[in-house]
Ligand binder design. Structure first.
Ligand code: UT7
Length: 335
């Protein structure tokens, strides 16, 4: 009987820092509004003059995770890549990472589950490890949001929140039954698909049609978010799915050493923390520095928390995410 441990973590963010002050120069917003509503002070946005992309950033994060696991790239036997902002419409960035790492012709899978993409990917990796199929799986979450955001007053409700970056984990086979991913919990509610979505272009309305329509009012090719609606669902689903993970393992909130929530909004994390009566030391947040990096947010946060000594062997770590789909998910890990 195998278990799956996280043997190494890594992250990479673009050098280019965009502060709230910087944003207020290109749209009608302010540091005060962004800080009060979201907790974000700055985020990283790719400088188009660099070669940063979801695949190249993912590869950099992966190299760090592989080194931290004490492995070399050829030890990896499967790649799972979660993103909503792939380099290309197709193929997905998983195969690009295989090429950029220069490794043998292993399988590469792309996951389209937005903010909960990393937890979904971790769950897939866990199943492949537990069946005995693979030993070392690279799980990556990476996003280039800045390239597709509407940088104007009309887009400000969405644009100020999102940042770019990548995080990665090596999920490894372990024979110690007391360690590893204890359980994962995955959910979706597709009736709310359009509440947080980028609708066009799509397979029913291709780019040439959009160009031909030339409609200045059309914002369908920018991300749309019904902020209040998403916020209300997020707090409910975060609570539910964390509770589900605890109940499945006969644990209580006080048993959690560190909750690493998807960094959607500091107010959401603080609400969950207060409701679950968790101390500041039990919850990790870095949204202040990176904004919401969707599929990359949990692995970036875990990698930083690990570097800061906030995740240690024997700790009970809870991951939880909610986002577009809607999809939501959690994982409970005995480190
Ligand atoms: O990661 C995936 C999951 N995503 C989330 O969980 C995000 C959930 N939602 C949120 O985090 C919040 O809804 C937001 C941060 C997006 C928005 O905060 P809010 O408190 O819900 O603000 P609002 O959308 O109700 O807007 C309040 C006001 C509006 O003005 P009026 O109508 O009251 O005059 C907006 O036009 O704030 C205005 N506003 C802004 N003002 C300055 C919206 N965006 C901005 C902005 N700067 N960037």
């Amino acid at each position: 009987m195998y278990t799956s441990i996280i043997a190494g973590l890594g992250h990479y963010v673009p050098d280019n820092v965009m502060t709230n002050e910087d944003l207020s120069k290109i749209m009608d917003t302010s540091d005060e509004w962004i800080t009060e509503r979201t907790g974000i002070k700055e985020r990283r946005w790719i400088d188009p003059k660099t070669d940063d992309s979801p695949s190249t950033m993912g590869t950099k994060a992966a190299k760090m995770a592989i080194a931290n696991a004490g492995l070399v790239a050829d030890d990896i036997d499967f790649i799972i890549f979660a993103t909503l902002s792939p380099d290309y419409y197709f193929p997905g960035p998983g195969v690009m990472v295989q090429d950029q790492l220069g490794i043998k012709e292993i399988g590469a899978l792309d996951v389209r589950n937005q903010c909960s993409g990393f937890v979904y990917s971790l769950s897939i990796a866990d199943q492949f490890i537990k069946t005995g199929m693979y030993k070392n799986i690279l799980v990556i979450g990476a996003e280039n949001h800045s390239g597709g955001l509407e940088k104007s007053d009309r887009g400000r409700g969405v644009t100020v929140i999102f940042g770019d970056g990548a995080g990665a984990a090596v999920v490894q086979r372990c024979e110690d039954a007391d360690r590893g991913i204890l359980s994962t919990h995955l959910h979706s509610e597709g009736k709310h698909a359009e509440e947080l979505a980028l609708i066009g272009p799509n397979t029913g309305r291709w780019v040439p049609e959009i160009i031909e329509e030339n409609d200045a009012e059309d914002s369908s090719y920018y991300p749309h978010m019904n902020g209040n609606f998403v916020f209300k669902h997020a707090v409910t689903r975060f609570m539910e799915v964390i509770g589900e993970a605890l109940m499945a393992n006969n644990k209580k909130s006080e048993d959690i050493d560190l909750l690493v929530p998807h960094q959607a909004n500091l107010r959401i994390s603080q609400f969950v923390q207060a409701k679950m009566k968790l101390s500041d030391n039990q919850v990790y947040n870095n949204i202040m520095r990176y904004g919401n990096t969707t599929a990359a947010s949990i692995p970036i946060a875990m990698s930083e928390a690990f570097q800061e000594g906030k995740i240690k062997q024997g700790d009970l770590i809870c991951l939880a995410a909610f986002g577009s789909g809607f999809t939501w998910a959690s994982a409970l890990i005995k480190w």
